[in-house]
Design a protein around this ligand. Structure first.
Ligand SMILES: [Ca+2]
Length: 340
């Protein structure tokens, strides 16, 4: 792999929401990145089978035969614990890829088993890899859990999993200024199914998965709501995206303009997953601070504190949490790559 020796190798773990497309296509287009595999989780926004098909067919947007061969693997059908789930209408929209068409069908079949793919990937790898984790943590929570009884996998992860950049979580005002509320039941988009006001979705859908990732012993940058809430997807950003007028920009514009994203709440949402993707290439876009954190997972799932991120000097794991982001630099960084 000499030609790619200077590139950052990235594995992506996704729940194929609207903003996952922004994150994945940014990294797939970036000249300094080699995406070496994409695992899909069914704990998150999309259902598993449509999610796998959507990621696989998304690769046809790149008009590049090598991109079609990037491994896409079926991951978890369910979280490691509890049964928290996104609202059904949001899942239906994600399954239908927001009615934005892909140019074609990927002729390469997806892989059946993300756990097997990831184990073989690390055991056979001699190159450091970064993980972008932008869905519920069920795939990687399971991998870290199985590494506890699989010394060969554990050693391979320690050797070559260099860094995890994870979109998720929020530090509440009781831990940091300015704090960020959760997004399960935000003011702007009322959710009739849950009353939890302290958790963030990627953590909430699999509280144990997230905890296993935090405890996994690999350096983590957690791109929390504290930072992503400073980067709203604005009308001006979408106009600049639409103005690029290439197949990827047009696809992303169509997703953002779909009835379930902008139309559903009358405004665009935040730059959640794509901010985490941009942090891999441009860490200067955020400021971070290290905290010893853990996920509240000991309470019943119906408890309104389930999935809360707790700063805990005794039982927490050291994680770099993104607290601020430079919005105008994020927009420019992202759009420059999509336009290239
Ligand atoms: Ca996501």
């Amino acid at each position: 792999m000499k030609k790619n020796e200077n590139k950052i190798r990235v594995l992506i773990d996704t729940d194929v929401d609207f903003d996952d497309y922004m994150a994945m296509l940014y990294l797939l287009k970036h000249p300094a990145i080699e995406v070496t595999g994409i695992t899909v989780t069914g704990s998150g926004d999309v259902h598993l089978t449509p999610g796998v098909n959507n990621v696989s067919n998304m690769l046809t947007l790149l008009d590049n035969a090598n991109a079609l061969k990037i491994p896409v693997a079926r991951g978890a059908k369910a979280p490691m614990i509890y049964s928290n789930t996104f609202p059904g209408d949001a899942r239906d929209a994600a399954d239908a890829h927001y009615d934005a068409p892909f140019p074609g069908e990927n002729p390469n079949a997806p892989l059946d088993d993300a756990q097997l793919f990831l184990r073989n990937y690390f055991i056979n790898s001699d190159t450091p890899t970064t993980l972008l984790c932008i869905g519920g943590g069920s795939n990687w929570g399971r991998l870290f859990d199985s590494a506890k009884t699989d010394p060969q996998l554990r050693a391979a992860l320690d050797k070559n999993l260099e860094h995890i950049v994870m979109m998720g979580g929020n530090l509440l005002p009781e831990f940091v200024t300015p704090g960020a509320e959760g997004n399960i039941q935000p003011t702007m988009q009322p959710n009739p199914y849950y009353t939890n006001k302290v958790a963030e979705w990627n953590i909430f859908v699999d509280v144990r998965g997230a905890q296993e990732i935090f405890a996994g012993g690999i350096p983590i940058t957690l791109v929390a709501l504290n930072a992503t809430s400073q980067v709203p997807i604005t009308n001006d950003f979408v106009a600049r995206l639409a103005n690029i007028n290439n197949p990827i920009a047009n696809f992303l514009t169509e997703v953002l303009e779909s009835s379930t994203i902008k139309g559903g709440i009358g405004a665009y949402l935040d730059f959640w997953d794509p901010l985490a993707a941009c942090v891999i290439t441009n860490p200067e876009l955020i400021t971070t601070q290290s905290f010893p954190i853990r996920v509240e997972q000991e309470l019943d799932e119906e408890n309104d504190k389930s999935g809360m991120i707790i700063v805990d000097q005794n039982k927490g794991h050291s994680v770099n949490v993104a607290l601020t982001a430079n919005a105008s630099a994020v927009y420019s960084t992202f759009l420059e790559v999509i336009a290239s």
